[in-house]
Design a protein around this ligand. Structure first.
Ligand code: TYD
Length: 205
């Protein structure tokens, strides 16, 4: 099973991914956790752009995220396909819907979609879970972390990103299993809602 967790910055993806792994492992299922941007060279370069150490044209950023995703898919040891072939359930923080959500303000969404078709055709997620949160709450949570703000962490940007996620699910989500979950609730309530979706999927698989 390949599960993607999407959401705004600060929507609780990491916490929820850890809780989901614990629940799956509790049932004796082997899990592999992964994220985009990756820890591979492409992903590290993206981090330096996000931290505003390096500047790049928004179209370059869109192309780099797509390139990092290709590495993520096909890397011979750590790739998504490899880990699924080894028998793990793979849980990823972010996948191609993030590119449509974050990059399409500055870059033609049709072009971003075409850059990501390879990933969608090769490995669409079995389940995509969108942790939905108001941008103001997302920013409060980011501020509480105390780390420096990254490139996209402004209220205006995150409002667009949230709208773009909905558009991306509508226009690029064909044939996919997408669930929207309210991420404003406490972590256990959110985790229970995610677990319900995952259990249903496992029961039908
Ligand atoms: P992430 O590490 O998930 O940040 P957070 O834990 O704060 O949610 O992602 C880092 C940033 O990368 C985040 O602002 C979203 C952005 N991003 C894109 O702009 N496009 C993409 O395709 C991906 C995967 C991430």
């Amino acid at each position: 099973m390949f599960i993607v967790i999407e959401g705004l910055d600060g929507s609780g993806k990491s916490t929820q991914i850890d809780m989901l792994r614990d629940r799956l492992q509790g049932r004796g299922e082997a899990c592999y956790l992964t994220a985009e941007p990756t820890e591979l060279p492409t992903g590290r370069f993206l981090r330096s752009i996000l931290q505003q150490e390096v500047r790049a044209d928004p179209r370059t950023v869109a192309a780099l995220f797509a390139a990092d995703r290709i590495e993520h898919l096909f890397h011979p040891e750590e790739g998504l396909l490899q880990k699924l072939a080894e028998g793990y359930h793979v849980i990823a923080s972010r996948y191609y819907f993030s590119s449509l959500a974050y990059q399409s303000d500055d870059t033609d969404p049709g072009w971003i979609a075409s850059l990501n078709l390879l990933a969608k055709r090769t490995l669409p997620a079995d389940l995509t879970i969108f942790l939905d949160l108001a941008p103001s709450v997302s920013l409060e949570r980011i501020a509480a972390r105390g780390a420096a703000r990254e490139l996209f962490e402004t209220q205006e940007k995150l409002s667009h990103v949230r709208e773009n996620f909905y558009l991306a699910f509508e226009h690029f989500g064909e044939g996919e299993n997408i669930h929207i979950i309210d991420a404003a609730a406490d972590p256990v309530t959110v985790s229970d809602a995610i677990w319900e979706v995952v259990e249903d999927f496992l029961a039908g698989a």
